[in-house]
Every structure is written in C-alpha cells, then in structure tokens.
Design a protein around this ligand. Sequence first.
Ligand code: NAG
Ligand code: NAG
Length: 115
Amino acid sequence: MRATSFAVLSAAALVSAVPCTPPTATVVVETAHGGAFNDRTNKTIAVPIGHVYVNEDALAAVSTLYLLGPNAAICTPYQAKNGTGSGGLPFYAGHPSLLSTNSVVVGSIVCATTN
Ligand SMILES: *[C@@H]1O[C@H](CO)[C@@H](O)[C@H](O)[C@H]1NC(C)=O
Ligand SMILES: *[C@@H]1O[C@H](CO)[C@@H](O)[C@H](O)[C@H]1NC(C)=O
C-alpha cells in the first residue's frame, strides 16, 4: 500500500511540477564567424535563473550575449564552468554584453532576478 500511494503522489507531483518549473531567462548567443561584420549567427537558449548554467555547445563561441527577458533579471558570463572567473560584463534586457568582436568560449552563465 505504501508503494501504491507513493506512486500516486509522485504522479501528482509530476503533473503539478509543469506549471512550477523554475523561471528561465531567454538568452541570445551571437557568434561571429570571422572578420566580416555580417557573418554572425544567433542561438537562443533558456537559462534557469539562480543556477550556474553550462552549455558547451551553445557557449563554445560567443561574441555578444543578449537577454530578451524577463526584464527583472540580470545574467553574468564566467570563464569557468563553476561560475567563477570574469567572462565579461553582466547583461540584462536592452543591455547586451559584447564579449569580443570575434568569439570567445564562455564557461558558464549565472542569471539572477533583480527584484
Ligand atoms: C541577434 O539577436 C539580437 C537580439 O535580438 C539582435 O540585436 C541581433 O541583430 C541578432 N543578430 C543576428 C545576426 O541575427
Ligand atoms: C572553478 O573552476 C576553476 C577552473 O577550473 C578553478 O580554478 C577554481 O578553483 C574553481 N573554483 C571553485 C570554487 O570550485
């Protein structure tokens, strides 16, 4: 009986977890592929707020980081994957962070809410 009620409880927890997923920040990673100014591509990623976010793929070549939202969030790029080592200026909605006119590796991003 214990096992059954546990299973029912976890199913309920799973269902209710959907609307309660942690808030994420929508970040655009712009990559410059060489010298030409127009040789750039964008990749949009969802960064959980309040965690050290690592994404070796998306952050392997970063020129500029944009925060599309939410407005009450600020994100900081770091060199190391554990959220240490300054990787650039913090960025927030309307204030992108230019890391390099070429592209650099970003180890991690940490986003926080500002209110
Ligand atoms: C990438 O997205 C940002 C923010 O939306 C925009 O300002 C920029 O022009 C875009 N770059 C490319 C290459 O699409
Ligand atoms: C974070 O990672 C860097 C590079 O790997 C390392 O030098 C540093 O000691 C680490 N810091 C912590 C707090 O783990």
